[in-house]
Design a protein around this ligand. Structure first.
Ligand SMILES: Cc1ncc(COP(=O)(O)O)c(C=O)c1O
Length: 392
């Protein structure tokens, strides 16, 4: 039988990181040992209190359908957590519990994109923004992040991208892939621009808890309490090392959340109740494991970035949060794909080439800081063997 595919289905792509991972796994099947720096997946176990909460919930028969918008108790916890972290208490009907944060990107965009509409996305930025926009018949408008400006942007460059077709702006701080953060002044300015132009502002805050030293986290939600045009996108995958649990939280204007709830109920029905109960344990329980993980990512990023900065042809900004370093490799004379291929073939190191994050990511590669210090040092040793050390 010949399937007549829709135009939109032809634009659906998978996440490039997973494609890279399957290639790497193929190499591993042939007996090669690869050092993994390609996937943004924490290497820690999910903290014990979270696992115990889920197991108890399953044993207590919390295994049936839950309300599509999320458990009432979980939403109450989100209210309190938002009050503590962002200074306002959203209404219960402004909160939606989702199967992972990726689905929030898709559900939110589905509610605002008509074919041909434009969405402003960070470039380099998280690839799902691009694939979701394409899958919905929209057009991504890349907002160039400049390394010289710590991978930030000017509000003028944002304003220049706005047209009558602009439906949403996506911000992501701390950023995947750059590890940098946006200043509170800029976040405020972006909020004002989006509100003035009546554009949905999607703030991807999945790394909000993964922030180093005294770097300040800024959320545009503080200006309208998610009642105007701001939508917070958050998830448990990174901060709580819960990638496989598929748990996310969206906070936004009531009418948008209602539509996104309808989408959740149509597509996934609900997030399993025992997963949500684990989520409650994650945010209300002992935070020492989270603090330890964040401290460890910070230590690792210092080892990795200082090491990379000593390699000929490579320079790298120190991340302020998240689980990535994003070195500039143009001084090696190679492009991102060539550099990544060389690392894989000659050093058995897997990284993600920068162009996977948008055209402006060319000239960079992304290393995830999800390896032990020893593995990072071993990777640096192999890289130095190939490229040599800078003369000081
Ligand atoms: C910036 C950003 N947003 C959203 C997600 C999606 O997270 P998940 O679907 O695992 O909750 C990720 C995962 O890598 C990410 O890096």
């Amino acid at each position: 039988m010949m399937i007549n595919f829709s135009t939109v289905s032809d634009h659906i792509t998978s996440q490039p990181m997973f494609e890279i991972l399957s290639r790497v796994q193929e190499l591993e099947r042939t007996g090669q040992e690869i050092l993994h720096f390609e996937l943004g997946e924490p290497d820690f176990s999910t903290p014990d209190n979270i696992k115990a909460a889920a197991i108890n919930a399953i044993n207590g028969d919390q295994t049936k359908y839950a309300p599509s918008g999320g458990l009432h108790e979980f939403k109450e916890v989100v209210q309190e957590t938002t009050l503590k972290s962002r200074g306002f208490k959203p209404e219960l009907n402004q909160i939606l519990i989702t199967p992972g944060a990726n689905s929030i990107i898709y559900f939110a965009l589905k509610c605002v994109i008509n074919p041909g509409d434009e969405i402003i996305v960070p470039d380099p930025g998280f690839p799902t923004y691009y694939s979701a926009i394409h899958a919905l018949g929209g057009i991504p408008k890349p907002l160039q992040l400049n390394e010289n400006d710590d991978f930030s942007f000017s509000h003028e460059s944002l304003e220049q991208l706005i047209t009558h077709k602009t439906k949403a702006i996506i911000l992501n701080s701390p950023s995947n892939p750059t590890g940098q953060t946006l200043s509170s002044n800029l976040v405020k300015k972006v909020y004002e621009i989006s509100a003035k132009n009546n554009i949905l502002l999607i703030s991807d805050e999945i790394y909000a808890r993964v922030i180093f030293d005294d770097t300040k986290f800024a959320s545009p939600s503080t200006y309208d309490e998610c009642k105007g045009n701001t939508l917070i996108l958050n998830g448990f995958s990174k901060a709580f090392s819960m990638t496989g649990w598929r748990l996310g939280v969206a906070i936004g204007p009531e009418n948008l959340i209602q539509k996104m709830t309808n989408l959740t109920s149509t597509i996934a029905s609900c997030v399993p109740p025992f997963i949500q109960i684990a989520g409650i344990a994650a945010v209300t329980g002992d935070q020492r494991a989270v603090k330890h993980m964040v401290k460890t990512y910070h230590e690792r990023s210092k080892i990795l970035v200082n090491g990379l900065n000593s390699v000929k042809g490579i320079s790298c900004l120190m991340p302020k949060g998240a689980i990535y370093a994003f070195p500039n490799i143009t001084g090696t004379g190679m492009n991102s794909a060539q550099f990544s291929e060389l690392l894989l073939r000659k050093c058995n190191i897997a990284v993600t080439p920068g162009h996977c994050f948008g055209a402006n990511g060319e000239g960079y590669v992304r290393f995830s800081t999800v390896n032990s210090d020893n593995t990072i040092r071993e990777a640096l040793r192999r890289i130095k063997d190939i490229f040599g050390t800078k003369q000081v």
